[in-house]
Ligand binder design. Structure first.
Ligand code: SF4
Ligand code: SF4
Ligand code: SF4
Length: 304
């Protein structure tokens, strides 16, 4: 297990469960979805992000870097990712403020203090705290248990946004503290799942069956991605699986794909491989919703 880093603490979030919530994004994920709109949460280590378009080529960062990881090419700074250790020193020397570090370590106490700043909103809206990522359930378990135990002890309703790709023992350990699992199902076919996410989905399906048998509160979340799974065939496969396995859950959210994370790939000096993906139309989303209704699922919501 790795030391946990946080990429963002999003206040006043309305899409990660009931009420007004604070959502904490953990860094690191065992999957590598091609469409991921939080690419800075894929890697467990801290990372340098950089807006090349605004670089003046002044060279101040280059002189400051103790690892000599920066060079100027064609008038802009280029960082050798293999040499950079994400120390963050260069940020302080960039007058353009275009170098930033993704990933900050918090102790449990520091994180709880930050989360508690908005407790009045949770209390008045039946909201709470959502832990997201990346994959929360692959973070250091001692840290995770202490965080959950502390927040639960203070009476906060905690949701876990998960890909489902973690040992079931982790689910068992945290189950007593969790209000609702926001459980992603992306594709049913293991080979196609592997093609787009880097792993097959056998563990994800098995964990969902076990969680359901435990009568955990579950919201099924399906990203609907044009060019990947936005088809009657793919979504019917998911509906059939949920029905055949008698999975018990509170609701299904069909989440239309949006290309919102593509600029972050540039800041990480990575190529975005999802350029050909597209957002399904409103009509298409309604027709996908009707597939789940045909299987008798009552609460099917388009959006988060
Ligand atoms: S983060 Fe540190 S090692 Fe990386 S480029 Fe900046 S100063 Fe150099
Ligand atoms: S200090 Fe900032 S503006 Fe100057 S070269 Fe480095 S990244 Fe570019
Ligand atoms: S599971 Fe989520 S965080 Fe992980 S790579 Fe896929 S979309 Fe990104």
């Amino acid at each position: 297990m790795k030391k946990p880093f946080i990429t963002d603490i999003q206040k006043y979030s309305l899409h990660d469960g009931e009420g007004i919530r604070t959502t904490v994004f953990f860094k690191g994920c065992p999957l590598s979805c091609v469409w991921c709109h939080n690419p800075e949460t894929k890697q467990y280590q801290k990372q340098l992000m950089f807006m090349a378009d605004s670089c003046t080529g002044c060279g101040c960062c280059l002189k400051a870097c103790p690892k000599k990881a920066i060079s100027i090419k064609e008038g802009i700074a280029v960082t050798d990712k293999g040499t950079c250790n994400a120390c963050g020193i260069c940020r302080d020397y960039c007058l353009q403020n275009i170098r930033e570090l993704s990933g900050k370590y918090y102790t449990v106490q520091e994180l709880v203090k930050e989360i508690e700043k908005d407790k009045i909103f949770y209390e008045n809206s039946q909201g709470g705290v959502t832990l997201s990522g990346g994959e929360v359930l692959t973070q250091e378990l001692v840290f995770l248990e202490e965080l959950l135990c502390t927040l639960h002890g203070k009476g906060y309703r905690i949701n876990i946004d998960t890909s489902g790709y973690a040992p079931y023992q982790v689910f068992e350990r945290i189950l007593p503290y969790v209000h609702t699992f926001l459980y992603d199902l992306k594709l049913l076919d293991p080979e196609v799942h592997k093609k787009y996410t880097g792993t097959d989905n056998l563990l994800i399906k098995e964990n969902l069956k076990k969680l359901s048998a435990e009568k955990a509160s579950i919201w099924i979340r399906i990203p609907v991605i044009g060019g990947v799974n936005a088809s009657d065939y793919s979504l019917r496969q998911i509906a059939e699986f949920l029905a055949a396995e008698n999975i018990s859950f509170q609701q299904i959210n069909l989440l239309p794909y949006h290309n919102t994370g593509s600029s972050k790939y540039k800041r990480l000096q990575k190529n975005y491989e999802g350029e050909e993906f597209f957002t399904p139309s409103e009509e298409e989303m309604k027709s996908y919703k009707s597939i789940f209704k045909q299987y008798g699922f009552q609460k099917v919501i388009i959006g988060g």
